[in-house]
Design a protein around this ligand. Structure first.
Ligand code: ADP
Ligand code: MG
Length: 323
């Protein structure tokens, strides 16, 4: 291969990737592009989000993971329409989260997104029964004008779908933690939101109860087609979804995709593969343990091959880089 053909190929690829990037995420339901959120308290700045990119497709059930303080809740609050980013862009179902006025924001919170928080007490009103808690968001939004019978049927259907039909006349303190969270999912789904956001919804539950609550999310995703984003510390939950995105220092750093493979004997197994996230400027983050294993610091050597890019530590003796 001559240097000219390589260059021509490179130019071709660059052009193709430019087109890719322009159309990237065109169809996505959630689009965050270089999202920044800076908090200022007593003169001290905290950059909770530092240029976060995220795409979520219609109908996805995905998990966000990351160390405490990495910016997960900050992102969820922005997507929920409760907080505003300092810079960047965020769109959910065609709604521009930076451009909505107060009224549009209220409507967005009532009709486009539903949320479930970690603290069970934050999700349900203590003096209302499960059925009344689910009825409340419908009464507050336009669907309050729905016929009473219609509303009662929706409450019944949601509580049944989430496995808490027997709790309909109970108040939160009469239910278990798991029942409260499943009721909270019903409340969040009351107005048929496009997206359901859940911030560590199983954080206060034991493993078995957490698994039950997670399967309630899965049912909502499968039966109602609701797109669901779950922030979790729970590796068991993260292992159950097809895609897990890791956030590090206010940025999406890597993602794990899982798919089921069937071997020659018909045995099913889940294959997980980790990917680094490439932002719109072409940047990506080397996993810290990879960089450490080869002593990579400050800069690395790159080499474009036909179907991959090689990354070498900045020293001599790497392939193709002899003195
Ligand atoms: P996570 O949910 O991943 O644990 P958060 O989004 O809650 O992380 O926090 C990210 C960073 O932003 C942390 O350093 C946190 O202290 C800071 N932070 C979050 N909310 C605020 C706030 N309202 N005021 C000041 N700092 C905040
Ligand atoms: Mg949090």
């Amino acid at each position: 291969m001559t240097a000219d053909t390589t260059l021509a190929q490179l130019e071709q690829r660059t052009a193709a990737s430019r087109i890719d990037r322009a159309s990237l995420g065109h169809e996505a339901l959630i689009k965050c592009d270089r999202l920044v959120r800076i908090f200022k308290t007593e003169g001290v700045e905290v950059q909770a989000l530092q240029g976060l990119d995220l795409l979520v497709e219609h109908g996805e059930l995905m998990a966000l993971v990351g160390a405490s303080g990495s910016g997960k809740s900050t992102l969820m609050n922005i997507l929920a329409g409760l907080d505003l980013p300092s810079a960047g862009s965020a769109q959910v179902g065609g709604h521009d989260l930076l451009a909505m006025d107060k009224r549009a924001r209220l409507r967005y919170r009532r009709e486009v997104v539903g949320f479930v928080w970690q603290q069970t007490a934050r999700n349900l009103l203590p003096y209302l029964t499960a059925a009344q808690n689910v009825a409340l968001p419908m009464q507050l939004s336009g669907s309050g004008r729905k016929r009473k019978a219609e509303r009662a049927k929706r409450i019944h259907d949601l509580l049944t779908l989430l496995g808490v039909a027997d709790c309909r006349e109970l108040r939160p303190h009469q239910m278990s933690g798991g029942q409260q969270q499943r009721t909270a999912i019903a409340v969040a789904l009351a107005n048929s939101p496009t997206v359901l956001l859940a911030d560590e919804p199983t954080g206060e539950l034991d493993a078995t109860t957490g698994a039950e609550v997670f399967s309630a999310f899965r049912r909502a995703n499968e039966e109602l087609g609701t797109t669901i984003v779950i922030v979790t510390h729970d590796q068991a939950v993260a292992n159950e979804v097809r895609r897990t995105v890791a956030i590090r220092d206010g940025r999406t750093s890597s993602e794990v995709l899982r798919r089921t493979e069937i071997d020659a004997e018909g045995q099913e197994s889940v294959v997980a593969r980790e990917y680094a996230m490439l932002d719109s400027a072409g940047r990506f983050q080397l996993p810290a343990e990879y960089a450490a294993a080869l002593g990579m610091k400050r800069r690395v050597m790159l080499e474009l091959a036909n179907d991959h890019i090689g990354v070498w530590p900045d020293n001599e003796g790497a392939p193709g880089h002899s003195k």
